[in-house]
Design a protein around this ligand. Structure first.
Ligand SMILES: [Zn+2]
Length: 104
């Protein structure tokens, strides 16, 4: 009776580079497309009202392409990775140096 326990499904997801990509919900019917096309496809991925998508300010990306581009991860410790597009964990001093050098 108490032996069977259902394990909760982990649905938490993380944006690999939250300084660049914001997750948004399309709240209108204005025609907008995903920035990417799949290989061999000659059509854009149209975004519809209520759809969750990624937005960098200049590019909008549908969830399928966000997964393919590794914008999204299930790895809770993704920020510890040091390669690719993942955000590096840096010290406070390093962050300050980055900010001052990008002022030029
Ligand atoms: Zn797409």
């Amino acid at each position: 009776m108490f032996g069977k326990k259902k394990k909760a499904v982990d649905r938490r997801l993380y944006v690999a580079n939250p300084n660049v990509w914001k997750v948004k919900v399309k709240d209108d019917w204005n025609k907008e497309n995903c920035y990417h096309k799949n290989e061999g496809e000659d059509f854009f991925h149209g975004l519809v009202k209520g759809e969750i998508y990624f937005d960098s300010g200049s590019e909008k990306v549908c969830m399928n392409c966000a997964v393919k581009q590794n914008l999204l991860t299930e790895n809770r410790l993704h920020w510890q990775k040091k390669s690719g597009d993942f955000v590096e964990e840096i010290s406070y001093e390093e962050a300050e140096n980055l900010e001052s050098s990008s002022d030029e």
